[in-house]
Design a binder for this molecule. Structure first.
Ligand SMILES: Cc1ncc(COP(=O)(O)O)c(C=O)c1O
Length: 410
C-alpha cells in the first residue's frame, strides 16, 4: 500500500535516477505552504525562514498574489518582447521611482541580469578605449553560475572546474581601501559588488568603503554595479540596501531578482542614463524576460511592499536582538550580522548539523559559507513567529554547544 513515506521515497528515487546530480538536497519532499509555513508530503509542518532562498517574500499562498496569477493566466501568460503588453512599463516606473535609477531591462534570474550588467560594463568601457574592459569584484562574492557571472564570483570553489573564465576580471578583499585603490586603472570598465554579501556568509560592506568605490568609479569613468539579488528589494528594510546609508550611495547599474515576482522567475537591470546608453537596439534581449504574468505579479508585490517595509524593519530588529541574546548564552555563536530580514549567525563550528537538527524540529534555515546560519524569512513574519523560530534555534544551539564541549554561559 502506498503511504506518505513511500511517496516521498519514490520522489527521491526517481530524481536520483533521472536528474543531473548537481544538487545535494535535504530529504524533504514539500507539498504545500501557507503564510510562513510549509508542509511536507507526510503532513509535517515547518516554519520557513529561508523562503526558497529569499524568493517567497510574501510567504506561501498569499491571497492577492494567487488571485492575480489566476486572473492574468486566463488573459496572457507570455507574449515575447516583439510586442508591448500593459505591465512592463508600469513596473519599470515603480522600479525607477524606488531605486533612483533611470531605465530598466527585464530578465528572468539573478544570474541572467548579472550577465546583462557585465555586457553593459564591457560596452561602456570599450567605447571609451579598447583596452578598458576590466571588471573588479570582491573576494567571497557570489553573482551566479554562468561563465560571465562566475568570472566575477570571488569564491574559488565555484570557479575551479570552469577556468579559464573571462579575461580582465579581478578580485579585491572587501573593506580594504588601499587594495581597492591599487586595483583601479585606466583599464577598469566597472566594479560589481553586493552591499551585503549573501552566499558568502552575510557580510556587509562598510559605508566608508562604498564611498571610496563610488569616487574611484567616477574618477576612472567606470560603472558601479550593485548586485541586489539577495540583499535588496525590501529585504534590508528599505527598497534596496544602498538606501540604508546617509546619504544613499547610488550605483550606475543595479540588478535584482529573487523576490520580485513572488516565485515566478523575474529579474531586472536598472541603470542610470549613462549606463543605459551602453546598450543600443539589438545588443541585448531575452525571450521570457518581463512577461505579462511575472510583471503583473511584481506590480502587486511592489504595492504590498510599500506597507511591509516598516514591518520588515521592526521584526528584523526584534529577530536581530533575539539572536544577539543567544550569542550571550551560547559560546559557539561568534557573531550576528546583517539587517532587516537578511541575517546571519557565524558559528565557531560547521553549521550543517544544526540545519538538520532544526529541520527535525520543524524549522527551516540554511547554512552558508560552512559556518554561517543564514536567515531569509518571508517579509510577512511576525514577532511571534520569530519567538517560535528562536525556541528551536536555542534548542539546537544548546545541543551543539554541549556537543562542542562548552556549556551555556547562563
Ligand atoms: C547576489 C546574488 N547574485 C546572483 C545570484 C544568482 O541568482 P539566480 O540563482 O537567480 O540566477 C544570487 C543567487 O543566490 C545571488 O545571491
Amino acid at each position: 500500500m502506498e503511504t506518505a513515506a513511500s511517496i516521498a521515497q519514490e520522489v527521491m528515487d526517481l530524481e536520483k535516477e533521472y536528474l543531473l546530480q548537481n544538487y545535494a538536497r535535504y530529504p524533504l519532499v514539500l507539498s504545500h505552504g501557507k503564510g510562513a509555513y510549509l508542509w511536507d508530503v507526510e503532513g509535517r509542518r515547518y516554519l520557513d525562514f529561508i523562503s526558497g532562498i529569499g524568493v517567497n517574500a510574501l510567504g506561501h499562498d498569499h491571497p492577492r498574489i494567487v488571485a492575480v496569477i489566476a486572473e492574468q493566466a486566463t488573459r496572457l501568460i507570455h507574449s515575447s518582447n516583439l510586442y508591448y503588453h500593459q505591465y512592463q512599463g508600469p513596473l519599470a516606473k515603480r522600479i525607477v521611482e524606488s531605486s533612483g535609477m533611470a531605465r530598466v531591462f527585464f530578465g528572468n534570474t539573478g544570474t541572467e541580469v548579472v550577465e546583462g550588467a557585465l555586457k553593459m560594463v564591457r560596452s561602456h568601457g570599450t567605447k571609451i578605449h579598447p583596452g578598458k574592459f576590466e571588471i573588479i569584484s570582491l573576494e567571497n562574492s557570489f553573482h551566479g553560475r554562468t561563465l560571465g557571472a562566475l568570472s566575477v564570483t570571488g569564491q574559488p570553489k565555484y570557479r575551479k572546474d570552469f577556468e579559464p573564465l573571462l579575461p580582465g576580471a579581478g578580485f579585491v578583499p572587501k573593506n580594504d581601501i588601499p587594495a581597492l585603490e591599487q586595483a583601479f586603472s585606466e583599464h577598469t570598465a566597472g566594479m560589481i559588488l553586493e552591499v551585503i554579501q549573501g552566499e558568502g556568509g552575510v557580510f556587509p560592506v562598510s559605508q566608508d568603503y562604498l564611498v571610496r568605490v563610488r569616487e574611484l568609479c567616477d574618477r576612472h569613468d567606470a560603472l558601479l554595479v550593485f548586485d541586489e539579488t539577495q540583499c535588496g528589494v525590501g529585504r534590508p528594510g528599505t527598497y534596496f540596501s544602498y538606501q540604508n546609508f546617509d546619504p544613499p550611495i547610488l550605483p550606475d547599474v543595479m540588478v535584482a531578482a529573487k523576490p520580485i515576482a513572488c516565485g515566478l522567475p523575474l529579474g531586472f537591470i536598472a541603470a542610470n542614463e549613462k549606463a543605459a546608453a551602453a546598450i543600443a537596439p539589438g545588443m541585448h534581449g531575452s525571450t521570457f524576460g518581463g512577461g505579462p504574468l511575472a510583471c503583473r505579479v511584481a506590480l502587486e508585490f511592489f504595492d504590498l511592499l510599500d506597507d511591509l517595509l516598516p514591518q520588515i524593519r521592526r521584526v528584523g530588529a526584534y529577530f536581530r536582538a533575539r539572536l544577539l541574546e543567544a550569542r550571550e548564552r551560547y559560546p559557539i555563536v561568534k557573531q550576528v550580522r546583517g539587517q532587516g530580514l537578511i541575517l546571519g549567525v557565524e558559528l565557531a563550528i560547521p553549521g550543517s548539523q544544526l540545519v538538520l537538527d532544526a529541520m527535525e524540529e520543524g524549522f527551516l534555515m540554511n547554512c552558508t559559507h560552512g559556518n554561517v546560519l543564514r536567515f531569509l524569512p518571508p517579509y510577512i513574519i511576525t514577532e511571534s513567529e520569530v519567538d517560535e523560530a528562536m525556541a528551536v534555534l536555542e534548542k539546537v544551539l544548546a545541543k551543539a554547544d554541549r556537543d562542542a564541549g562548552a556549556s551555556p554561559a547562563s
